[in-house]
Design a protein around this ligand. Structure first.
Ligand code: IDP
Length: 146
């Protein structure tokens, strides 16, 4: 038997990216988060600024997909969400599935709902923090008053 051993309650930052909002999938994505048993702590529809995105994606600066990624994230509103629960950081990433929607397993958000649209950047519907440190940093960026 394997276990992730995550018993602590933590918080993660989820973004429904512009493709998810545009395609009317925000409700379905929130439904999956709640159906898993996580609690929604904050939800805000927002149009991200270049400055916010530069901070959010700082680790990817210099990579070939960085500029198209930021441009895509600026192409429409984003639904920013803080979700809370036991093991929510790895748990939401399991719900989201692999980065590439074509490779993402069925049953996951990206596997069930995402597609490879043949563009330069992967429009993969959602972002989820990848560690405790990232979650704290990203929640501070998107929800400075939380
Ligand atoms: P993640 O969102 O699954 O954590 P990251 O590696 O953190 O994936 O990349 C951030 C975002 O950058 C991805 O969600 C995707 O939109 C985009 N991206 C990552 N790798 C590539 C790539 O190789 N080509 C195009 N876009 C990419």
């Amino acid at each position: 038997m394997t276990t992730t051993g995550t018993t602590a309650v933590s918080r993660t930052l989820v973004l429904v990216k512009p493709d998810g909002v545009r395609r009317g999938l925000s409700g379905e994505i929130l439904r999956r988060i709640e159906a898993k048993g996580y609690t929604l702590v904050a939800v805000e529809l927002t149009h991200a600024t270049d400055e916010l995105l530069a901070q959010h994606y700082a680790e990817h600066e210099g990579k070939p997909f960085y500029a198209p990624l930021v441009e895509f994230m600026r192409s429409g509103p984003v639904l920013a969400v803080v979700a809370e629960g036991q093991g929510v950081i790895p748990g939401f990433r399991s719900l989201a599935g692999a980065t590439d929607p074509t490779a993402a397993a069925p049953g996951t958000i990206r596997g069930d709902l995402g597609r490879d649209w043949g563009l330069k950047v992967q429009q993969n519907l959602v972002h989820g923090s990848d560690s405790e440190e990232s979650a704290a940093r990203e929640i501070g960026l998107w929800f400075p008053n939380l």
